[in-house]
Design a protein around this ligand. Structure first.
Ligand code: ATP
Ligand code: MG
Length: 262
């Protein structure tokens, strides 16, 4: 169905937590890509509490791209996440490794898009925008680029410029086909309506503020009996539905525009 990229403009609004929670609630098989150039392989260190050996997937992909083996190697390095239909592409161990990823991103983007034919969607954690070695080509190739924000002023001030950049890139055809916001913790202090008015792109979904359950995803905290039906998990399910609807509508718009052009 789609290549969906999540990213932040500043701070740590919850990109990794949301991307993983969303992947675990996704209604179809999905590949979760840790493309954050900061390094540290946040999902392996957090959700898996360091208990799963790192497979240096990104480094293997860089080498495979040079030898023309990228599609096969991509399939080989994906790690199954237990009790789910999620396959994880772990991020680099360090920012130094990330420096070698520049030429990988555009081709990896094409391979990830091609997974659609196998019935797999792709969710990318792109980390903070504007970093050296950021996966900008993945954002450009995305069906939907989601800026994860909190509702406080510092978060919104930083996000405003990227929302404008993404909005114009979408309109002139150089960016993601659709762009929107994921609002983590509405009303702390601003509402979704206020946030989308200021940032001029839509709030695709609000993610509930729930520190306890968030730590299940961010640091591998033991889930409680209520975690599976917590407000947070319900908001991830709602986010998955909203993403489906937004991608379908962007594709329909593109088809109509294409139809008019021919
Ligand atoms: N919905 C939420 N409610 C409460 N706390 C949350 C929520 N989502 C994430 N958090 C918490 O916010 C903190 C930062 O989360 P996370 O690491 O996912 O952010 P990030 O945007 O990926 O940061 P970084 O830029 O460092 O990669 C973590 O402590 C996490 O548990
Ligand atoms: Mg992160």
């Amino acid at each position: 169905m789609a290549l969906v990229v999540l990213a932040s403009a500043s701070g740590a609004p919850g990109v990794t937590t949301t991307a993983l929670g969303l992947a675990l609630c996704w209604p179809r098989p999905v590949v979760l890509v840790d493309a954050d150039p900061v390094g540290g392989s946040a999902v392996l260190a957090g959700y898996f509490r360091g208990g799963v050996a790192h497979n240096d997937a990104m480094v293997q992909l860089v080498l495979a791209r040079r030898d023309g083996r990228l599609p096969d190697e991509l399939r080989a390095v994906l790690m199954p996440v237990p009790d789910s239909e999620v396959l994880l592409l772990p991020g680099v161990r360090s920012h130094a490794q990330a420096a070698s990823l520049g030429e990988l991103w555009p081709e990896l983007g094409l391979e990830l898009r091609a997974l659609e034919a196998t019935g797999q969607d792709v969710i990318v954690d792109a980390g903070r925008l504007g970093m050296v070695s950021s996966p900008a080509p993945l954002v450009e190739q995305a069906d939907l680029a989601l800026l994860v924000v909190r509702s406080d002023l510092p978060s919104l001030a930083a996000a405003r410029q990227w929302a404008a950049t993404w909005g114009s890139a979408r309109d002139d055809g150089t960016g993601a086909a659709a762009a929107g916001l994921v609002l983590v913790g509405e009303g702390r202090p601003y509402t979704a309506g206020e946030v989308s008015r200021v940032l001029q792109i839509p709030v695709v979904e609000k993610v509930a503020w729930d520190e306890r359950t968030a730590q299940v995803f961010s640091v591998g905290q033991q889930p409680s009996a209520k975690s599976g039906n917590s407000r947070l998990v319900r908001s991830y399910r709602a986010l998955a539905g909203a993403i489906d609807a937004m991608v379908a509508s962007a594709r329909q718009d593109a088809a109509v525009r294409g139809g008019r052009a021919t």
